[in-house]
Design a binder for this molecule. Structure first.
Ligand code: ACO
Length: 423
């Protein structure tokens, strides 16, 4: 299969490659060499940056699969630890492998005592994402990035990240750190480190543990999104695993990406505080008033529905039922979704709720403070970032990521000597 490019009277045959789900791409690797042209694709909406066998998304049909398994089935039958293994190593683990992996993930939860000192330097209001990015990069100064340490470093980052995150929260509320307890599951261990205080044990309710497990699984990978592409961009230079993850955490922080879960709750709270008139808010969004967007809506890839949002909406109802609580923000979110989905503005642009629309409401019900929401996303996305970093390191065709540009600045001009060098 080839595609034809006609440029300045000459014809060029460009190979077309096909993926395992019949997705096709024009291979332009030799385009510049053969034609002198580059492609122009701001935001990379039409560019494939790699071949990958980790996650498949069909945005038109609302399909998401990890290693070929539909997200709905993975969410129903798996625990987060198994999903981590499957994403990173390519296949579901045998029972004995899974047990060993789980054991390693609990054995490595402690962080070096010296790292606790880092927390002391932060001001009380420091955003936990800032702390997370710095702490994860700092892990590289404690653990070498030799090849024979790689599997151990993967386990270390998966295990220690929740301790780092919980300590960031404890720092923000001025409470003493709670150390991990290795008999607990990943979600229960994390929630205990967040909410227990030294004199008082905290039993993590099963409903919270299950909800957290679901949230972590639904966030675990999403192919070449902004933070994963950042992970690959940084990894392409040969930077170590911890440094690459730290960069991915920073990319996730923005409100157009993982920071949207915090922004959704702030938006809902603001609408509620101003009397709950969501129709007036939707009118502002449609008019584009000062760039007001309906946070938690829209996606670069999903143009029909986001299967993760669907699962979370059902989960939110179930969790609220089990907890016997009634959050007015959940009711408001549902009304907004219903109203938006019948408005031409949103229908025409194919804007549907994304994963962040309902996740924040569930975190809130679990008592997780708003500023921690994006940290929760980062904890869930870790296995995906690692899987992509590994895939890239093993790909012999991978080169340093270095896009080109179309230069629009001044043409050559003289830099006259005005004597400023002596000042
Ligand atoms: N509210 C209102 N209008 C929107 C929204 C929104 N949430 N999202 C997109 N639009 C509009 C744009 O204004 C644009 O309209 P126009 O054609 O009249 O100019 C059109 O829809 C296309 O939008 P783009 O910004 O070009 O879409 P893109 O694919 O670049 O952006 C994004 C996707 C960033 C997710 C966007 O939909 C958005 O900002 N959503 C809100 C933030 C959010 O929820 N982010 C989380 C995404 S999921 C994740 O990262 C986990």
């Amino acid at each position: 299969m080839t595609a034809k490019l006609v440029y300045e009277g000459k014809e060029y045959d460009l190979p077309v490659i096909e993926g395992s789900e019949q997705e096709r791409a024009i291979d332009i690797r030799n385009l510049r060499r053969d034609t002198g042209l580059i492609t122009y694709d701001p935001g990379y909406g039409n560019s494939g940056s790699c071949e990958s066998s980790i996650t498949f998304i069909d945005g038109e049909k609302g399909i998401l699969r990890y290693r070929g398994y539909p997200i709905e089935e993975v969410a129903e039958h798996a625990r987060f630890t198994e999903v981590c293994y499957m994403l990173i190593y390519g296949e579901r683990p045998e029972l004995a492998e899974l047990q060993r992996f789980r054991q390693l993930m609990t054995m490595h939860t402690l962080i070096h005592e010296d790292m606790k000192k880092f927390y002391e330097g932060y001001p009380p209001g420091a955003h936990p994402m800032a702390i997370m990015a710095a702490m994860v990069a700092s892990l590289s100064s404690f653990y070498p990035d030799h090849d024979d340490e790689l599997d151990l470093n993967i386990v270390r980052i998966l295990a220690k990240s929740k301790t780092l995150a919980a300590f960031a929260y404890k720092k923000s509320v001025g409470q003493p750190f709670i150390y991990p307890r290795n008999d607990l599951s990943w979600p229960a261990n994390f929630m205990r480190m967040m909410f227990a205080v030294p004199a008082d044990e905290y039993d993590v309710p099963k409903v919270y543990e299950d909800a957290m497990n679901l949230l972590l699984i639904l966030h675990a990978d999403h192919e070449q999104n902004c933070s994963t592409s950042t992970m690959r961009m940084v990894g392409s230079s040969g930077a170590n695993l911890f440094a690459s993850i730290s960069a991915a955490i920073c990319a996730l922080w923005g409100p157009l990406h993982g920071g949207a879960n915090q922004a959704v709750i702030e938006m809902l709270q603001q609408i509620s505080d101003q009397g709950g008139d969501y129709r007036d808010f939707l009118d502002k969004v449609k008019r584009g008033d000062a760039g007001v967007r309906l946070m938690g809506f829209g996606h670069r890839v999903y143009k029909n529905f986001d299967p993760r949002a669907k699962l979370l909406k059902t989960a939110a109802d179930r969790i609220f039922d089990q907890l016997g609580i009634n959050d007015p923000l959940l009711e408001l979110a549902k009304k907004i979704e219903e109203a938006a989905l019948s408005e031409e503005y949103f229908v025409q642009r194919k804007l549907y709720p994304n994963v962040d629309f309902y996740s924040g409401i569930i975190y809130r019900a679990m008592g997780i403070p708003t500023e921690m929401f994006t940290v929760m996303f980062a904890l869930g996305r870790l296995p995906g970032w690692i899987a992509h970093w590994m895939e890239q390191q093993r790909d012999k065709t991978s080169r340093i990521h270095r896009p080109r540009q179309v230069y629009t600045g001044s043409q050559k001009r003289v830099f006259e000597d005005r004597g400023t060098k002596k000042l």
